[in-house]
Design a binder for this molecule. Sequence first.
Ligand code: FAD
Length: 307
Amino acid sequence: MASAPSLATGAAMFDVVIIGAGPAGSTLARLLPERLRVLLVDQRRLDLVASEDPSAAKLCGGLLAPAAQRALAHQGLGVPSGVLSGPQLFAVRTLDADAGLERLYQRHYLNVDRDAFDRWLCSLVPSTVTRAMGWSLVGFEHDASGAMTVFRTPGGGRASARASVVVGADGATSLVRRLAYREAPAPRRYVAVQGVFETAPAQDPYYGALFDSSITDHYGWTIPKGDTLVAGVAVPEGLGVVAAYDAFVGRARASGFRLGRELGRGSAAVARPIAPAQMNLGAGRVLLAGEAAGLISPSSAEGISYA
Ligand SMILES: Cc1cc2nc3c(=O)[nH]c(=O)nc-3n(C[C@H](O)[C@H](O)[C@H](O)COP(=O)(O)OP(=O)(O)OC[C@H]3O[C@@H](n4cnc5c(N)ncnc54)[C@H](O)[C@@H]3O)c2cc1C
């Protein structure tokens, strides 16, 4: 695997610089022709084992929907056992509080440890790709001939790289998209709050989806994960996120979802495209991929399938 230190001394030149080594960026880096000079950058140390990476794991439910499974299958990939979590889920329990409807239906998910999934995908990137892990994009400029990207390096220094093409695969809050497509329509931003709960007294055997417009116009979910249950809700940015989360947890418990004692919680941005124009793959020297491009389900917030 080519390493990044030579970048620290000057503006190295690449055909493609990919910002973000989540599912979209790692997959792109793996699939690009090996003759291209590719730089893959992430602020996380995805080249390390999780216990050695001080950066936070991506907050996620870790369910691979059928479309994600299909995409992996078309790439000839299967998910290693060390990446799988449990239990494996093929039932969905939906509760529409507004309509007073409840349904159980069959849909098969792969239940994974999301952090292990990201590290596994990153490990598949070929050695011809230069990786700069622990580096953060802080800005870039571009014109008709290419782009100059500027990074903060792990030691607090600065480094730069020139590229013929920059790809923003940097997720829901994409800096690449904000810098290059400031005026273009963008998906509405939501905040997802997700907690980890003890299971009480036993584990729910399904993925739960709870719709209640008095809490959010998006939805809340419950997902058994190992010996715990994760439960979260997505709320429009700027609204009372904590109050909505508390209301969702109360509603889920009252509806029979088995949420025991809360062990911890986190929050993250999530995009919600509601019009085709909000999905933007970029053009010319600045392209976008995955959630940075607005590719995520507006109804379920499943985005790994489109990364
Ligand atoms: C709470 C929650 C639960 C979810 N649950 C599911 C689920 O169960 N199933 C599902 O399919 N989807 C789920 N999603 C959505 C899914 O996580 C995303 O859509 C998916 O991760 C998008 O992949 P990506 O590669 O485009 O972006 P990301 O996975 O967000 O990867 C972006 C990468 O870019 C890096 N990065 C960002 N900015 C910079 C920068 N300036 N410099 C360097 N690196 C940078 C980040 O460190 C990250 O590694 C969930 C989202 C949330 C918030």
